[in-house]
Design a protein around this ligand. Structure first.
Ligand SMILES: [Zn+2]
Length: 249
């Protein structure tokens, strides 16, 4: 489990980013896979969820996770929502105590947001498509609308995700990145183009009003470290999912 110093020092919440170690799944999902849609045995995935809930101290049935669709759709959780709700969206937010939120990833950037003043949290799935739609900036705005969050109060953490060391893209995608005004996140090496999704996300968080000192990146590149993380790209598309989890206590 990877934690952020920024969030660990803040009071009143639990959070973490799981890695692939310590679960019960067999290869190619070994061993802490949390996703049901990747081909793993559902009973084993249930067992992994139960283990994670125990470690982070939440009731498994209270966890809200998403049917992620690479969109900019944000869902505000209600008290009735729980493990089997699975809303179709790419960001969840709540001000309810004891309602954990989860984002699942294997290269995309998981982002956790916390407002210590208004007491609200969000979990965001920011892959390339979501980043180009500014899902993090839109989630900050949604927290302002829903909870009165001042962006200057928010703390943000970007979890383990694919880095610009490994995320090679083709010319069409590079054009999309340029069209979205994110050309600063492109780099060229040996005639190949690489994308830095985290750089886009950090810039968008700052543009939304977060201060640089309130943004933490404790993770490393998932594709460089398949010993530690699931990586969709580095493992040819068949692999498990790790997660970012956040909950108000
Ligand atoms: Zn890498």
């Amino acid at each position: 489990m990877i934690t952020s110093k920024l969030l660990a020092e803040a009071e009143g919440l639990s959070h973490g980013f799981s890695d692939r170690a310590g679960g019960e799944s067999a290869a190619p999902y070994a061993s802490f896979n949390l996703a049901y849609h990747v081909g793993d045995d559902a009973a084993v995935v249930d067992a992994n969820h139960a283990l994670l809930a125990q470690r982070l101290g939440y009731a498994p049935e209270r966890l809200v996770h998403m049917r992620q669709i690479h969109s900019d759709r944000i869902v505000r959780c209600t008290p009735e929502m729980g493990f089997h709700s699975r809303p179709e969206c790419d960001a969840l937010m709540t001000d309810l105590l004891g309602q954990p939120l989860m984002v699942m990833v294997a290269d995309c950037t998981p982002v956790l947001l916390y407002d210590p003043r208004r007491r609200a949290v969000a979990a965001v799935h920011a892959g390339r498509a979501g980043a180009l739609k500014n899902i993090v900036g839109k989630t900050v705005a949604a927290m302002h609308d829903a909870y009165g969050s001042d962006p200057a109060d928010l703390l943000a953490v970007l979890g383990p995700s694919i880095g610009s060391c490994c995320y090679e893209i083709g010319p069409e995608v590079a054009q999309e990145v340029q069209a979205a005004g994110c050309e600063g996140a492109l780099s060229l090496r040996d005639g190949r183009t690489y994308l830095d999704v985290n750089a886009i996300v950090v810039k968008q968080l700052e543009a939304a009003g977060l201060t640089a000192g309130h943004i933490d990146l404790p993770g490393s590149c998932t594709a460089c470290r398949t010993d530690r993380f699931f990586s969709y790209r580095a493992e040819g598309g068949t692999t498990g999912r790790q997660a970012g989890i956040i909950m108000l206590k």
